[in-house]
Structure formats: structure tokens, C-alpha cells
Design a protein around this ligand. Structure first.
Ligand code: GLU
Length: 313
């Protein structure tokens, strides 16, 4: 059975990009008769206070995008808030430590920057491996000064996969990424580890998310392999850009539900988003259910979608 998911990070009010993500995840899974899990990705608890999550849940209900397991409806894999799942991530970390692939990293932000490793296309630096070779004595000495982050050793290997929408994608983790974080120095688990552990634990079979996360997928595939878990199918969709061509963020008030909910109905919003995403030419108001027949991944563009200056006439 297909299991899709919504995995929003409640660091502010959801914007059109988050809504499109949930709509596509919903349609893709429901079209196959599948279930949806809602998981709140609030690992960074300082940036994701509970009231934002509550608002997000309420916004999804207003939109009519329902889920089968998650907050409000319960389910077999509780809790559905990442901030409450630390024990599960620790168990996965222990498993990776037993493989001797984890090491402490003492680099400060400034040091990471100064190591000036080449930058990837998405602007992230490739970790230079500064702390990879520290001896146990050096590690102990540095640990007295600051708590370390934990990194996973990667290998000189290609991680190719076929994205359900974007097609073939490959990265060599050593060349294109470097050893990556599993836990931050403040003790918070990193997104890459948590998302893999949770999608597997919750039986997710398809992941639908923005193309900004395409380059995270090889890292996640590596983790699936090391942890002996089966990866889902991935569908990455193009990003929504603001009318002036920037990436949409939670700070774009016009695209946030704060202002939109007062102006339009949920059906008008879904109909317009479906039109922008290429599978609902009329743009007429519609429930999510009403879009099931028209939706297909082939109709969704692969290039970023720029929002018009006025969303509604
Ligand atoms: N929580 C992430 C976000 O809101 C999504 C992670 C994912 O879909 O893998 O950007």
C-alpha cells in the first residue's frame, strides 16, 4: 500500500510552496488509494514553537488536506512530533557508531567557512574533513573546550537514483558533499538522520517534496543503506518563486496563509495552485478530491514556477 506524508517544519505560517507540497503529496498518494502520514518536523524546537505547529495543523484542515495518521488522529507510530522522537534517533546513531563511521567535529562556523572547500551548486560548502583524522587524545583535548557535533564518514562512491518526477540524479558523496552532520553541537539531531529514520519507521513509501531537497537524497540513500532500511520512491517538484524571482520563504507575507485566508476560499486557493502546477488549466475553485482525476506528474513542470504579481484577479 502507498503511504505518502506531509513533513512540514513549523517555523512560521505555511506559504504557498508548503501548500503545493502537501497538495501534491496528497494527490499522488490518494490517486493510488494510499494513506497519508502527518509528521511535524520541529527538531529545531527554538525555531518551531508548538503554537506554529498547531496553526499549521489547523491550516491543513482548513485546506481539506486530510491525513490518516498523525497529530489529532493518532496512529501506530506515535509520537508524530520529531522533537519527541529523540530516543529513536539515538538508537540509529548508535547503530552508525557501531559501524565506526561517526566522528566528533569541533569546527566552528568560522572554521568551516575558512576551510574554503569547493561550494556545491546549491551554495552549501563541501566539508573539508578537518576533524576526520583527529586522534582520540586530540578529540578528548578539544572536547574539554566545546561540545562536538557528530559527522558521518562518506565514501568515494556514486549514489544514483531515478526521481519519480525529475528523473536521473547522482552525487558522489565524497566529492559533492563531504562527511555530513548527524547531530549538532547543541545535541539536536540533524534533519538528514531524522527524516530517514522517521520515513522508514512510519512505513512511508513515497516522498514528495521541493526540488531544493533533491541534493539531500543521495545522503539519505546512504543512510538507508547503512541502517538496513528500504528507501521510498522520491518525487521532487519545482520550487515556487516570488514574482521577482526569489525563492519563497515564510517571510513572504503575501504568499502566507495569514493574508490569503482572509481573502479567498480554500477551494479557490487549491484550484489556483493546481493551475500554476500545470494540471488544472481552468484554475476553477476545487477541493483536493476534485483534482484527483486531472492530476498527473507528467503535467507538472520541471522548472521553477514564478508566481504572478496578482494571484487572484
Ligand atoms: N521538513 C522539511 C521542510 O519543511 C521537509 C523535509 C522532507 O520533505 O524531507 O522543508
Amino acid at each position: 500500500m502507498t503511504v505518502g506524508r506531509f513533513a512540514p517544519s513549523p517555523s512560521g505560517r505555511i506559504h504557498l510552496g508548503n501548500i503545493l507540497c502537501c497538495l501534491l503529496a496528497w494527490l499522488s498518494a490518494r490517486q493510488k488509494g494510499g494513506n497519508i502520514v502527518l509528521r511535524i518536523e520541529d527538531l529545531d524546537s527554538a525555531r518551531c514553537p508548538r503554537r506554529y505547529a498547531d496553526q499549521m495543523i489547523e491550516d491543513l484542515l482548513w485546506l481539506g488536506l486530510d491525513w490518516d495518521h498523525g497529530p489529532k488522529v493518532s496512529g501506530p507510530d506515535e509520537p508524530y512530533f520529531q522533537s519527541q522522537r529523540t530516543g529513536i534517533y539515538q538508537a540509529a546513531l548508535d547503530q552508525l557508531e557501531a559501524l565506526e563511521l561517526v566522528y566528533p567535529c569541533f569546527c566552528t562556523r568560522a572554521e568551516l567557512h575558512a576551510a574554503s572547500a569547493p561550494h556545491r551548486e546549491d551554495g552549501q560548502a563541501v566539508y573539508a574533513g578537518t576533524c576526520r583524522q583527529l586522534t582520540p587524545a586530540q578529540q578528548a583535548e578539544r572536547a574539554r573546550l566545546r561540545p562536538p557535533a557528530l559527522r558521518l564518514r562518506v565514501t568515494d562512491r556514486e549514489f544514483p537514483f531515478i526521481d519519480g518526477h525529475m528523473g536521473y540524479y547522482v552525487e558522489n558523496l565524497e566529492r559533492d558533499c563531504g562527511d555530513f552532520l548527524l547531530r549538532r553541537s547543541d545535541g539536536k539531531f540533524a534533519y538528514q538522520l531524522a527524516v530517514v529514520v522517521d520515513d522508514a519507521a512510519m512505513g512511508v513509501t513515497e516522498v514528495v517534496r521541493g526540488a531544493d531537497l533533491l541534493s539531500s537524497t543521495p545522503r539519505q540513500l546512504y543512510l538507508y543503506q547503512l541502517l538496513g532500511l528500504t528507501p521510498p520512491t522520491f518525487f521532487h517538484f519545482p520550487l515556487l518563486l516570488s514574482p521577482d524571482g526569489r525563492r519563497l520563504s515564510k517571510r513572504d507575507a503575501d504568499a502566507g496563509l495569514d493574508s490569503l485566508r482572509g481573502q479567498v476560499t480554500a477551494e479557490a486557493l487549491l484550484g489556483r495552485l493546481a493551475q500554476l502546477a500545470g494540471f488544472h488549466p481552468s484554475g476553477a475553485p476545487s477541493t483536493a478530491e476534485g483534482l484527483l482525476e486531472e492530476f498527473s506528474w507528467e503535467k507538472v513542470p520541471r522548472e521553477d514556477i514564478r508566481l504572478p504579481a496578482r494571484l487572484f484577479a
